[in-house]
Design a protein around this ligand. Sequence first.
Ligand SMILES: *[C@@H]1O[C@H](CO)[C@@H](O)[C@H](O)[C@H]1NC(C)=O
Ligand SMILES: *[C@@H]1O[C@H](CO)[C@@H](O)[C@H](O)[C@H]1NC(C)=O
Ligand SMILES: *[C@@H]1O[C@H](CO)[C@@H](O)[C@H](O)[C@H]1NC(C)=O
Ligand SMILES: *[C@@H]1O[C@H](CO)[C@@H](O)[C@H](O)[C@H]1NC(C)=O
Ligand SMILES: *[C@@H]1O[C@H](CO)[C@@H](O)[C@H](O)[C@H]1NC(C)=O
Ligand SMILES: *[C@@H]1O[C@H](CO)[C@@H](O)[C@H](O)[C@H]1NC(C)=O
Ligand SMILES: *[C@@H]1O[C@H](CO)[C@@H](O)[C@H](O)[C@H]1NC(C)=O
Ligand SMILES: *[C@@H]1O[C@H](CO)[C@@H](O)[C@H](O)[C@H]1NC(C)=O
Ligand SMILES: [Cu+2]
Length: 567
Amino acid sequence: MSSLLFYAILLLFANAASLAKAKIHYHDFVIQATPVKRLCNTHSTITVNGQFPGPTLEVNNGDSLVVKVVNRAQYNVTIHWHGVRQMRTAWADGPEFITQCPIRPGGSYTYRFTIQGQEGTLWWHAHSSWLRATVYGALVIHPKEGTAYPFPKPKRQTPILLGEWWDANPIDVIRQATRTGAAPNASDAYTINGQPGDLYKCSNQDTTIVHVDSGETNLLRVINSGLNQQLFFSVANHKFTVVGADASYVKPFTTSVLMLGPGQTTDVLITANQPPARYYMAARAYASAQGAPFDNTTTTAILEYKAAPCPAKGVKINPAFPSLPAFNDTATATAFTSSFRSARKVQVPTEIDEDLFFTVGLGLNNCPAGASSSSCQGPNGTRFTASMNNVSFVLPSNFSLLQAHHQGIPGVFSTDFPSSPPVKFDYTGNVSRTLWQPLSATKVYKLSYGARVQIVLQGTSIVTAENHPIHLHGYDFYILAEGFGNFNPQTDTSKFNLVDPPLRNTASVPVNGWSVIRFVADNPGIWLMHCHLDVHITWGLAMAFLVENGVTELEAVEEPPVDLPVC
Ligand SMILES: *[C@@H]1O[C@H](CO)[C@@H](O)[C@H](O)[C@H]1NC(C)=O
Ligand SMILES: *[C@@H]1O[C@H](CO)[C@@H](O)[C@H](O)[C@H]1NC(C)=O
Ligand SMILES: *[C@@H]1O[C@H](CO)[C@@H](O)[C@H](O)[C@H]1NC(C)=O
Ligand SMILES: *[C@@H]1O[C@H](CO)[C@@H](O)[C@H](O)[C@H]1NC(C)=O
Ligand SMILES: *[C@@H]1O[C@H](CO)[C@@H](O)[C@H](O)[C@H]1NC(C)=O
Ligand SMILES: *[C@@H]1O[C@H](CO)[C@@H](O)[C@H](O)[C@H]1NC(C)=O
Ligand SMILES: *[C@@H]1O[C@H](CO)[C@@H](O)[C@H](O)[C@H]1NC(C)=O
Ligand SMILES: *[C@@H]1O[C@H](CO)[C@@H](O)[C@H](O)[C@H]1NC(C)=O
Ligand SMILES: [Cu+2]
């Protein structure tokens, strides 16, 4: 046998062996209304397969997922695989009117994609109106088959999904706000794995319990799947070792409190090194906007040691309660978010092709001429809005942006999203009222394949300054630095961490401050970037990148699936 043939055969076997390891996971998601009782009332809740929260999906890095979504509910729906890179499979990303039209009642769509190079915790959620209030679940990504965690393998692993519950139909809540122009009602409870816990009415029979054995270590995969609220999270008498965030490993650090914006995940090790007993884990708001109403309740679950002594009959022993930061404790939130460092070798672009500066913040629209006052119930007879670089994003309704791009259909979007604010002003100062009303439009920013991109995300104080969790679809980005006030290129560039910055998909842009992110545009398609507070995306705090195809087929978006929902 010629040695060439021998090597060809060897290569074939090697390929077959590595292919055999990567698995394909098939799932059916039936979107359906299900009676769910919380806070003493039963609601007809939109769920996946009747489960709330929805099913946890577990895969290994390198595996593929095939999820058939059947819509048996009365609302349009789509599912987004939050944080999944979706290399060349933008059609499977999910945001409605961006990469697909909604799956209509009675319709179905099968999402097919592969997990490539991501390990840790991601999640999935509806990306249509406010359905993600109840349509969400964890996506656990174990290390590639045959490889280990970069920390001792924990005895147990527990997803901790922090959520928000309305004692109402969440779709009615956002429809009411859209009608009136006012801020939507705040939630009535937070939840841990779907349960509000002991501090709410009609809830303490169902409080989530997380079991541990004395001495063992549990990996908590904490996800903020809430709609509109950043949350602090603590466990009484225990410390966390943070080991990952947004499906990337970080250099371990210890803390007694986490802060997650909606969309973010944090993997932490917790060791059962305390006297056997029951300990509360609790979450409540980090509310950075001054004076804005918010849900100020506290959700709890219980960390229960297996050897915890049983209380004598009739004796009630309350678990120890953790101390949680004050609602407005920005110092603690900042100390936490700025502690992250990548654990793995980073590939931060050092040269920049696209130097972008985007303002992110709220606004107020004056009451349109002829509108009734009932539709202008925002501050002083206005309607709430929000924008990036003064463009309040409007979803198209006749084609998804990706379909319009792929098929060259004109008139659906324009490519003139500004690379910097059209008017420069003191972003975090006392902004003149004449600057508060943005333009409404469907604008994208075009990036050529492989462009090295830097974005300064600059919060504004228009209406009210607040922390915004900015999420980019289709990418992980490095967070080089964050700070308060206006970003100053003369002095702030020296603060950039080019050595071991964290790789994330959602950045907490500090209240009245800024974050700087970098990524390489190596994934063609249309990718939404938006605030992950659903109330803000509803108001238009979003934009999209159009990343062009590269030269080769492997640098181009795949052809659309045949069952892709169209409008
Ligand atoms: C919002 O809250 C107000 C005041 O509590 C209440 O009257 C209204 O019904 C709520 N809206 C929805 C959709 O639940
Ligand atoms: C939450 O807000 C309500 C109503 O504004 C107030 O009465 C209550 O004291 C607040 N609770 C906490 C824990 O701050
Ligand atoms: C936080 O709120 C407390 C009152 O609840 C107030 O005394 C304090 O000044 C606030 N701190 C900040 C940084 O706004
Ligand atoms: C509403 O009007 C009052 C009185 O004119 C003013 O003090 C307040 O700043 C205004 N609020 C907004 C958000 O414009
Ligand atoms: C799609 O909708 C936009 C905005 O309503 C409109 O301008 C455009 O002509 C429509 N395109 C087609 C092909 O119908
Ligand atoms: C903000 O500016 C407006 C007008 O420019 C002024 O009336 C108002 O007093 C200023 N507010 C503060 C807090 O400085
Ligand atoms: C945004 O654009 C509108 C409409 O052109 C203008 O009135 C407003 O001053 C602009 N605001 C900013 C911050 O650029
Ligand atoms: C559902 O989606 C279709 C487009 O596929 C759209 O025409 C329709 O208005 C949507 N329905 C609702 C209630 O949003
Ligand atoms: Cu926001």
